[in-house]
Design a protein around this ligand. Structure first.
Ligand SMILES: *Cc1c(COP(=O)(O)O)cnc(C)c1O
Length: 495
């Protein structure tokens, strides 16, 4: 039985779906009857109602406002989801993206009317090339995973140009799932490289697997254990000696921006998740952007379109025939990329300045190490020593308590926090990956630490039952995620 007559709890109201609220014929506006008019639909006018619910304006406004209150969002709670970089998005960026000259233009407009937008793409590209030290960039990939595909397609094109397409891509065990998926989508066989006891790539194992059939090695640095790959120069050398390319997954770039130039690490290609590192809201699944920087050797194969400047005018090269000596591998995306995300990224970079970006990466690492230092006596850190921008723990601290990583994460929801990333990376058992990001204050971190320490003590004191019942205070409790994923019900149907 519900604890209230309405089923609501305080400000969290229980509400029917919009379709269940339907009052046929009700609309938010009263329009006058149309004057006599001539039907020009040629018999194509629909004969049945469109199947939309009849609703008043306040019903609609309340519905969406309440829905937004039922969600975790970075604007309302601490969101330490490891690897996802859920940080505060400065409102200035949003303001810039909504300027009519950026927000209201169309990709089919004549070049002469969008010179400023093309310049913005070019300037954003300039910043990203400068920050990474790599000479070329493809701006059109629409997300990190798309950037991986872009890098691998450029690598494939370069290898085919050499006359040796090669067959395999090597990927560390700790890699994000998109890495092997992108390699497979690009037609490569994928081989996993194990980690060493320090949570880094096992260099010996990598060398054993490198041969004349390896097209590329994909590495995330800092890796998904939150650790800097300190043998990266040896890795780059080994990869290049085998005639392969070195791809870097740049999703964790926020840990090293302004401190490490990617080119100095021997990297040939890297995508940058603008929505993570350079601050675009991305909790709901997009849009993001994954511009991909490329070495001089890969540059000629970069995809179309590209922005070039000639005599102070900006042009968009859309066809291989206009690309001079370059041999673009094709086109990855309609139009020119996720322009609105580029506006936000450039606004972020310019407002931070190079000193601000350097400070941000320092703060991201400092915050993660603060959490690590204050939690390592109650949770179990997976690896020794300091971390980079995220702190990785495993479930050894829950041994014999009957509480799982999942239960622990669910209990955090009742504490008002978005859970950390669970069960990833796969290289440790029952992973809890916490990424605080640089935008959180010490007060917020202390509040979170208080809850985590409290929960850890409760788990060890034998409160498994209470963990199994969490979350208790959410509008919905534990959902059957397996059934939801296997047989999703995507349409509302009248009973
Ligand atoms: C987020 C992430 C990706 C994928 O990026 P999307 O923009 O979500 O496609 C790849 N690798 C790592 C390590 C990530 O954190």
């Amino acid at each position: 039985m519900s604890e209230t007559f309405s089923g609501s709890r305080g400000l969290t109201l229980e509400q029917p779906l919009l379709f269940e609220q339907d009052s046929p014929g009700l609309t938010a506006v009263d329009l006058p009857e149309p004057a006599a008019f001539e039907d020009r639909l040629g018999g194509l006018a629909r004969t049945t109602p469109p199947g939309l619910p009849g609703l008043s304006e306040p019903q609609v406004v309340r519905h969406y406002t309440r829905l937004s209150q039922k969600n975790f969002g970075i604007d309302s709670v601490f969101y330490p989801l490891g690897s996802c970089t859920m940080k505060h998005n400065p409102r200035l960026n949003e303001r810039m993206a909504r300027l009519p000259g950026f927000g209201d233009i169309h990709p089919f407009q004549p070049e002469s009317t969008v010179q400023g937008a093309l310049e913005l793409i070019d300037t954003c590209a300039h910043w990203l090339k400068t920050l990474t030290g790599l000479p070329a960039i493809a701006m059109s990939p629409a997300a990190g995973a798309h950037g991986e595909l872009c890098g691998l397609m450029a690598i494939r094109a370069a290898l085919e140009d050499r006359g040796q397409p090669r067959k395999r891509v090597l990927v560390p065990e700790s890699a994000h799932g998109t890495n092997p998926a992108s390699a497979a989508a690009c037609g490569y066989e994928v081989e996993a490289i194990p980690a060493n006891a320090r949570g880094r790539v096992d260099l010996g194992a990598l060398k054993d697997r490198l041969d004349g059939e390896v097209a590329a090695f994909m590495l995330t640095n800092p890796n998904t254990c939150g650790l800097f790959e300190d043998e990266i120069l040896d890795i780059a050398q080994a990869v290049h000696e085998a005639g392969a390319f070195f791809y870097c997954d740049g999703a964790n770039f926020n840990a090293i921006v302004g401190r490490v130039r990617v080119a100095d690490l021997g990297i040939d290609a890297m995508h940058i998740n603008l929505h993570k590192t350079f601050s675009t809201p991305h909790g709901g699944g997009g849009p993001g952007a994954g511009p991909t920087v490329l070495s001089a050797e890969l540059a000629p194969f970069a995809p179309l379109p590209m922005v070039v400047e000639r005599n102070g005018r900006f042009h968009l090269i859309e066809h291989a025939a206009e690309a001079g000596d370059a041999k673009p591998f094709g086109r990855l995306k309609g139009y020119h990329g996720q322009f609105g995300v580029m506006v936000r990224a450039l606004a972020y970079m310019m407002s931070m300045g190079s000193d601000g970006l350097r400070q941000a990466s320092a703060d991201a690492v400092l915050n993660a190490n603060y959490l690590m230092a204050r939690l390592k006596d109650v949770l179990t850190p997976s690896f020794e020593g300091p971390c980079m921008h995220e702190a990785l723990f495993d479930d050894r601290f829950l041994k014999d308590t009957g509480v799982t990583t999942l239960d622990f994460a669910k209990a955090l929801i009742d504490e008002g926090f978005h859970p950390m990333t669970m069960y990833f990376p796969l290289v440790v058992h029952g992973a809890l990956l916490i990424e605080p990001t640089e935008t959180e204050s010490r007060q917020t971190l202390d509040q979170f630490i208080g809850s985590v320490r409290g929960l850890a003590a409760q788990a060890k004191a034998g409160a498994a039952e209470s963990f199994k019942a969490a979350p208790r205070f959410t509008p919905r409790r534990r959902l059957d995620e397996t059934t939801a994923a296997r047989s999703p019900v995507l349409r509302w149907a009248a009973e």
